[in-house]
Write a protein that binds this ligand. Structure first.
Ligand SMILES: [Zn+2]
Length: 186
């Protein structure tokens, strides 16, 4: 059976020649070996060397060169869909992230998303209240459309109106249905 190294993305035989057995740190539950590493031995070796040189106090020009190449290499792996591990990879990739500001961006977009949902939730409740007292003068379809629109904002994961809105929805639906039943079509 083959297994894909999660760092270099190569498909390699899933045996101890390519993947080192993984042993839990500390006491572990059974002190047993649980499967094999997700990163191949070659990547592991590369990471260890890179991290060791990176942590070194004094670096030769050749070592600095090497680290620069390694940084490029890690970024290339990420582009390929890999997830490089190790101290130096982490340093390089987090640095890159900070530079493109993507963590701030993702927080902004999450915030925008949840704010929109929060405000649309409140807006739905306000809309139901408005529809409950709205003076009905137009053709019934107009009101069914309004109800459809607010209903879309009140759906749960199962595609049904959530409990929170159920009562209001039923009240408005009943009101509009009655209006439609008694509507005097010309
Ligand atoms: Zn690998």
């Amino acid at each position: 059976m083959n297994k894909r190294c999660k760092q270099c993305m190569r498909l390699l035989p899933d045996n101890e020649e390519y993947f080192r057995p993984y042993t839990p740190r500390g006491k572990g539950l059974r002190k047993s070996t649980v499967g094999r590493n997700t990163v191949c031995r070659e990547c592991e070796k590369t990471n260890n060397v890179a991290s060791r040189i990176w942590k070194q106090e004094n670096k030769s020009p050749k070592e600095l060169d090497f680290l620069e190449k390694m940084a490029e290499y890690y970024k290339m792996l990420v582009d390929k869909g890999g997830s490089p591990i190790g101290a130096y990879a982490k340093h390089v990739l987090e640095g890159a992230e900070a530079m493109t500001n993507s963590s701030a961006t993702s927080m902004d977009s999450i915030l925008a998303n949840i704010s929109e949902q929060l405000s649309s939730r409140d807006a739905a409740m306000m809309e139901y209240d408005r529809l409950l007292v709205l003076e009905l003068t137009e053709e019934p379809d107009v009101y069914q459309d309004l109800l459809d629109k607010v209903r879309e904002q009140s759906l749960g994961a199962d595609g049904r109106v959530t409990d929170k809105y159920r009562e209001k929805f039923d009240a408005v639906a009943t009101r509009f249905d009655e209006y439609e039943d008694n509507y005097n079509w010309e």
